[in-house]
Design a protein around this ligand. Sequence first.
Ligand code: TMP
Length: 259
Amino acid sequence: MNRRRQIYEGKAKILYEGPEPGTLIQYFKDDATAFNAQKKGTINGKGVINNRISEHVFTLLGHIGIPHHFIKRLNMREQLVRQVEIVPIEVVVRNVAAGSLSKRLGIEEGEQLPRTILEYYYKDDALGDPLITDEHIACFGWASQEEMHDISDMAIRINDFMSGMFAGIGIRLVDFKLEFGRVWENDFSRIILADEISPDGCRLWDIATNEKLDKDRFRRDMGGEVEAYQEVARRMGLLPEGVDSAVLDLETHRKKRGK
Ligand code: TMP
């Protein structure tokens, strides 16, 4: 792994140079952070599960015509992706009030929103990813109007698809975060979906019980995060093959804690 040139290390992933120009290898770590890395920890086997979940979701999104960076999964923790010029905007899609929306506007968590909300945050750790509007994006040239049109259009389509997909396995898609990138073809660029889609960047609640099956378990010190991520993967039909080490990690973890 260390033979490859590391391009970037983020909070939950490492990007290495890929085998061909224009490709990268995306490595999924077990590291978990919250509140702009003020809280740090590990979720055993998370990288393995997120790699698999993200592969699955991106593949399905490809089938409905969403252009994306995913090429193929290489192994338990790595996937081959297209290199993109990342758009410095985190796109949050909300269907149900939760998290920072509830805090900011005093709306009770769990309240169904009368319509889906798209929010944009400027990707800058030093500033703590501040909430921004289209005006800031246009003013500072972070993306063109045409690009924002494509981004918001894709975000809504992704939300519709994912809401249905999760509803089919008894999960409510409360909110989630997306990142997009530019790929250049000759002198033209176009926008494709990048990063990952996993319980790290989604709020996923059991439809029947409202049990949280996502990173809020870590953010809010609820415990059971490994089991929650595994439950999502299991319902998606992804557990039987490919995540043996995550299961093993869980076993080791349990033994260590004497359970
Ligand atoms: P928020 O309610 O904290 O703003 O989060 C909204 C959604 O975006 C939630 O599903 C978690 C996800 N998210 C990230 O993936 N990364 C982040 O840095 C933040 C703040 C949120």
